[in-house]
Write a protein that binds this ligand. Structure first.
Ligand SMILES: Nc1nc(=O)c2ncn([C@@H]3O[C@@H]4COP(=O)(O)O[C@H]5[C@@H](O)[C@H](n6cnc7c(N)ncnc76)O[C@@H]5COP(=O)(O)O[C@@H]3[C@@H]4O)c2[nH]1
Lengths: 175, 175
């Protein structure tokens, strides 16, 4: 099951590495730039459609890119000083502003593109099921992870509700 | 099958993005730094044991880190200006020097760590089978990829031969 492996890969190869360092990095960054986040949790968007565009603000005009957090570098599998970075977004909702670290779950791009490729053996119908499996597997891993507990938010995005409400995404994030 | 999804993720989320830009990037870099690579192919190491250490030179003293190629930046799934970089290694073999882009296939780290985690449902015996499946799947995807054809080398590493010969790795790379 593709989603099972991708959820483990997302945790072992990314979240487990970056999340423990986030709180410290957010504090340091805040001292240097003066930017104060309303939450140092990593907000991870999981669209059921697996559609994860490069720029989140194109999905909801109440969201805008603020700046990147100072990057983290690590030697990984032969790549020296591989860079891991996160983007800070500002969300405006009814006069309130909310600054947080926000990104899509990158492996969903793989699910999407696999469903578009004839040779991957993966249909569009499989895709929705796999996104749900990805969400279930990842939730379970993260809940029992000592390194990541309470330092993230998984935000499941129903694309049908998003299509009906141009501010559905920002509302879900601030909730 | 975990390896099947990881091979597709490695191709769709990385190789398909970076390999087409490599030849151009290597030329530009060479003009700036004067460093000349013997091959602009991305050399990808696949150890059968799935053991992929951070620093390749610790495996074979004929290999040493030279410098990083100029990095490439892309907006991906909400992360702005995400960084993709490759490391240049110098391999010395019988008086000859060989400079190339070299790294391990990072998804093998996921296979390794999954086999160490009790809850992932993945044994050490499964691991070797999965590395072979990863190699087969990735070879097939890359051979039929217009973006990547002839611009990479997959190097399967037999850990038993590597244990017997301290320069097995460098010999395989230069071959
Ligand atoms: N948002 C985000 N930012 C990151 O820096 C990052 N790094 C990894 N990931 C995601 O975590 C998981 C585990 O990563 P791994 O490195 O084992 O596999 C990676 C890795 O083998 C390769 N790859 C991707 N980016 C790089 C890179 N910059 N350098 C080397 N290899 C890379 O291609 C695979 C798939 O990448 P993504 O499809 O972007 O999603 C990955 C993956 O789902 C990231 N996600």
């Amino acid at each position: 099951n593709v989603a099972h492996g991708l959820a483990w890969s997302f945790y072992l190869g990314y979240l487990k590495l970056v999340i423990p360092a986030l709180e410290e990095q957010v504090k340091k960054d805040s001292n240097q730039t003066g930017v104060i986040l309303h939450s140092s949790r990593l907000h991870i968007l999981l669209p059921l459609s697996a559609v994860a565009p490069a720029k989140i603000e194109e999905e909801d005009h109440n969201i805008c890119f603020h700046q990147n957090l100072t990057e983290m570098q690590m030697d990984r599998a032969g790549v020296r000083r591989r860079v891991y970075k996160h983007s800070i977004y500002k969300i405006t909702n009814q006069e309130k502003e909310y600054l947080c670290l926000l990104e899509y779950a990158t492996p969903l791009l793989t699910l999407y593109e696999m469903s578009q490729d004839n040779t991957a053996g993966f249909s569009e119908h499989d895709r929705r099921q796999q996104v749900l499996l990805f969400h279930r597997t990842l939730s379970h891993i993260l809940e029992t992870s000592l390194e990541c507990r309470n330092r993230y938010r998984l935000i499941l995005i129903d694309d049908q509700q998003a299509a009906a409400d141009p501010h559905y995404l920002s509302t879900e994030i601030i909730r």
